[in-house]
Design a protein around this ligand. Structure first.
Ligand SMILES: [Cu+2]
Length: 181
């Protein structure tokens, strides 16, 4: 399997420099208020070096609660649930496990997303009360090869210099107190 060949990266870098960040797999809205419901729209701007996308697997970062994916025609939806390091309260109930991974898989070759086309994959959930930076690592699999959008900077929120950055969400303190669903 080829991951991020130099050719793909050069194209990505060029597009990125033009401000077309959607060339990677990124969140359409890269900022959200702390402790509120957030609709995470992952935009997929290209395949793997020309090959059509057949699956998108999103790893839910710690602190992003109650992830619920939106089904997609032509794609099978699967979720993985994991025990939480820090259980939390929701409507008086203690939640001890949560969705940790969401995967959309094309049901057939016809459903795969051609390299020349664009699509969106959506889930929603609740942002942490603590402001900060969340990274959603996304594994994009194609008919041939894959792109692992999983690189995270040592600190801060800049993806500059990262060849294959994870999708960034900046959680911002707006003074609003959220109600978790
Ligand atoms: Cu790209």
């Amino acid at each position: 399997m080829k991951i991020n060949t130099p050719k793909t990266l050069a194209v990505c870098a060029a597009l990125f420099n033009l401000g077309l960040a959607q060339a990677h797999v990124v969140l359409q809205d890269p900022a959200a208020a702390a402790g509120t419901g957030y609709r995470a729209t992952f935009t997929v701007g290209h395949g793997c070096e020309g090959s059509a996308t057949t699956s998108i697997k999103v790893r839910i970062p710690d602190g992003f609660l109650g992830a619920k994916p939106m089904p997609k025609a032509g794609w099978t939806l699967t979720t993985t649930t994991s025990k939480l390091a820090k259980p939390y309260d929701s409507h008086g109930k203690t939640i001890t496990e949560d969705v940790s991974e969401v995967t959309w898989t094309a049901t057939s070759q016809d459903s795969a997303l051609p390299d020349a086309w664009y699509d969106e994959f959506v889930l929603r959930g609740t942002t942490p009360h603590q402001p900060g930076v969340l990274w959603f690592k996304v594994l994009q699999s194609c008919e041939k090869g894959q792109n692992d959008w999983s690189q995270v900077p040592a600190s801060g929120s800049s993806t500059k210099g990262l060849k294959s950055p994870a999708a960034l969400l900046e959680v911002i303190d707006t003074g609003a107190t959220g109600h978790q669903h």
